[in-house]
Design a protein around this ligand. Structure first.
Ligand SMILES: CC(C)(COP(=O)(O)OP(=O)(O)OC[C@H]1O[C@@H](n2cnc3c(N)ncnc32)[C@H](O)[C@@H]1OP(=O)(O)O)[C@@H](O)C(=O)NCCC(=O)NCCS
Length: 149
């Protein structure tokens, strides 16, 4: 199957149902959040989704999912790369995400664990991050980010 085109701003009801079927969070999603959401296929019946929450030069990559019948065809990779390019063009230097299901997928795309140093000095894995610039940088007092690809 050929790669699908990527469009901005998928329909909210379609986003909700796709995320719910993948077991991903929907509680905080509103129409206003969808300006930084992208989909594969049509905006009415997308076959894949990804979203960004941009805060200055840092962004959270979220809501990545591909419908079961389209997995393994490169759609997830295309969606992440599209979101990365959008983020880069928007001045984002570091992308974070949280995952319990797809760490290996993101590792192939250059993401590394970001370790959070909690009270008492113990380390816990806060998420997975990638530097778009490839530099080491301390993001805030509690999070040490490691360089990605
Ligand atoms: C994770 C997901 C988006 C990947 O989408 P996809 O379109 O199947 O991904 P691609 O076809 O681009 O896969 C690229 C590579 O990653 C691998 N991969 C896919 N999903 C993976 C996973 N969950 N863990 C590890 N590797 C994975 C593929 O096997 C492929 O490897 P290859 O290049 O060696 O063949 C999709 O499996 C999905 O929707 N999963 C359920 C929702 C989810 O877990 N989302 C992540 C929330 S953070």
């Amino acid at each position: 199957m050929p790669p699908e085109t990527i469009s901005a701003r998928p329909r909210l009801s379609a986003v909700m149902s796709l995320l719910a079927s993948a077991g991903l969070p929907t509680d905080d999603l509103r129409e206003a959040n969808l300006g930084h959401f992208f989909c594969a296929g049509s905006t009415d019946t997308p076959t894949g989704l990804v979203g960004l929450e941009v805060i200055g030069d840092v962004a959270l990559l979220r809501s990545l999912t591909v419908t079961g019948d389209r997995r393994g065809l490169g759609t997830g990779t295309t969606l992440v790369e599209h979101a990365e390019q959008f983020a880069h063009n928007a001045g984002v230097r570091s992308l974070y995400l949280l995952t319990t299901t797809a760490e290996g997928f993101f590792a192939k795309l250059g993401y590394q664990r970001a370790e959070r140093f909690g009270a008492g000095g113990h380390k816990s894995h806060a998420g997975v991050c990638r530097h778009l610039s490839g530099e080491f940088r301390v993001h805030d007092a509690n999070t040490l980010m490691k360089a990605g690809a």
